[in-house]
Design a protein around this ligand. Structure first.
Ligand code: ADP
Ligand code: ASP
Ligand code: MG
Length: 414
């Protein structure tokens, strides 16, 4: 029997009762003869609670201290899960990211894992222990605690599975797998038996929060067999794998949405060579991540440039622009909050020029204003007003033939 890496998300370890249930599930794997490494997230919404506390002290808290604070969430759940296993008569040990050998870049808040040194984990496994690792955290070469970005425990699990050459990496969560859309928004969403790494990566990047995008990137790179499944039931989940069989010739495999989008328009910049470079380099130097960009140039000496950022980065974006106003020479900055990016994703749309047009028609039929558009080989995204999110996602889901009859079950709905 081989080694399995399992990851349990926040809802799955949200209460003591749930932690005890997770322990039962791990015991079942041990009884089958597997070695098990378990990665856990912080309990329930406890990371949000920690973020809130920091924001009550400062709008821009020190990034180092933020990581110090947020990494505590996972330390609570690993210790409690280890105790639960002890209580059930099983040998288990909890390890922080650094004890588990997870080394990251020297960046706070969104560090990438650069190496895994699994010696300690291997030693503990050799002693017959279940090893429980704090997800979402690592240590930099300078010896600083880092975190991987929100939702990053998925990535911890996949990278550990790669480093330990595990048989598979199971991501246990509050839904039964990867669905054709967020089942909280689309009750008619259907569970996929399998999905390719590329499509999953696109869905995750476009807001399908079921997996941290970098976990899919790592799974593809290191050929990790990844399964997304429910921690509340025993039903089969979704395999994320190379060259997964496509859903019977579907052009669109899923609809994703991201409802934390803000649009910024820089009005009246000089219409000359180098303007875009100056603007976006200034934003990048200040760690502002920009998504869709539109430039509207008329036959005039000035140009307007619009772009989207994550809502959480809006204040930083506006502050950065204001601080560099004399360098960038713009007239004013307008912004709009409360937007959603709705996307359709499918490898089958590469050679199908009508897909974007069909998406626009569906949204127009529902009288939904499209504010921005972006396309690639396997996706089309439209930015729409947030109040139209449900209508947009559901209409697209229906129009592209993805609706199923039974209603998806989501655990942990508050
Ligand atoms: P965990 O705490 O287990 O990591 P997350 O909240 O990060 O759980 O991810 C699970 C959630 O992802 C689901 O409850 C669901 O609302 C959301 N989600 C968004 N898009 C999808 C999708 N396409 N398929 C499944 N779940 C999705
Ligand atoms: N606890 C972290 C978060 O809430 C990491 C994770 O859950 O994966 O973002
Ligand atoms: Mg998650």
């Amino acid at each position: 029997m081989g080694l399995i890496v399992q990851k349990y998300g926040g809802t799955s370890v949200g209460t003591i009762e749930r932690i005890l249930r997770v322990a039962d599930r791990i015991v079942a794997y041990k009884q089958e003869g597997h070695d098990v490494v378990v990665v856990v997230s912080a309990m329930g919404k406890s990371t949000d609670v920690l973020v809130d506390m920091a924001k009550q002290i400062s709008q821009y808290p020190s990034e180092r201290e933020m990581d110090m604070l947020l990494s505590t969430g996972e330390q609570v759940s690993i210790a409690l899960l280890a105790m639960a296993l002890h209580q059930k008569g099983y040998d288990a040990i909890s390890l922080t990211g650094w004890q588990a050998g997870v080394v990251t870049e020297s960046i706070h808040g969104r560090a990438r894992i650069t190496a895994v040194n699994p010696e300690r984990i291997s030693q503990e496994l050799a002693r017959g222990r279940v090893v429980i690792v704090a997800g979402f955290q690592g240590i930099s070469d300078e010896g600083e605690i880092t975190t991987l970005g929100r939702g990053g425990s998925d990535t911890s699990a996949v990278v550990l599975a790669a480093g330990l050459q595990a048989e598979k990496c199971e991501i246990f969560t509050d839904v039964a797998g990867v669905y054709t859309a967020d089942p909280r928004v689309v009750p008619a969403a259907g569970k996929l038996d399998s999905i390719s790494y590329d499509e999953m990566l696109e869905l995750a990047n476009l807001g399908a929060g079921v997996l941290h995008p970098r976990s899919v990137e790592a799974a593809k790179k290191y050929k990790v067999r990844m399964v997304v499944r429910s921690s509340f039931t025993t039903e089969d989940g979704t395999n994320v794998e190379e060259a997964a069989e496509m859903e019977t010739g579907r052009i669109v495999s899923g609809v994703a949405h991201d409802d934390e989008v803000a649009k910024v328009t820089v009005v009246g910049m000089p219409a000359q060579v180098g303007t875009l470079s100056k603007l976006f380099n200034t934003l990048a130097d200040n760690q502002v991540n920009v998504d869709i960009i539109i430039q509207s140039t008329y036959d005039a000496p000035v140009t307007n440039i619009s772009f989207t950022v994550a809502s959480g980065d809006l204040k930083k974006t506006l502050d950065t622009l204001e601080q560099h106003k004399s360098l960038l020479c713009f007239e004013q900055v307008d912004y709009e909050e409360g937007l959603t990016k709705v996307s359709i994703v499918g490898a089958g749309m590469v050679n199908n020029p009508g897909v974007a047009a069909e998406m626009f028609r569906v949204l127009a039929d529902q009288k939904i204003t499209i504010k921005m558009v972006s396309t690639s080989d396997i996706k089309v995204s439209c930015v729409v007003p947030a109040e139209a999110t449900e209508l947009a996602v559901r209409s697209l889901h229906t129009a592209f033939g993805l609706d199923v009859a039974e209603t998806a079950v989501v655990h942990g709905l508050s």
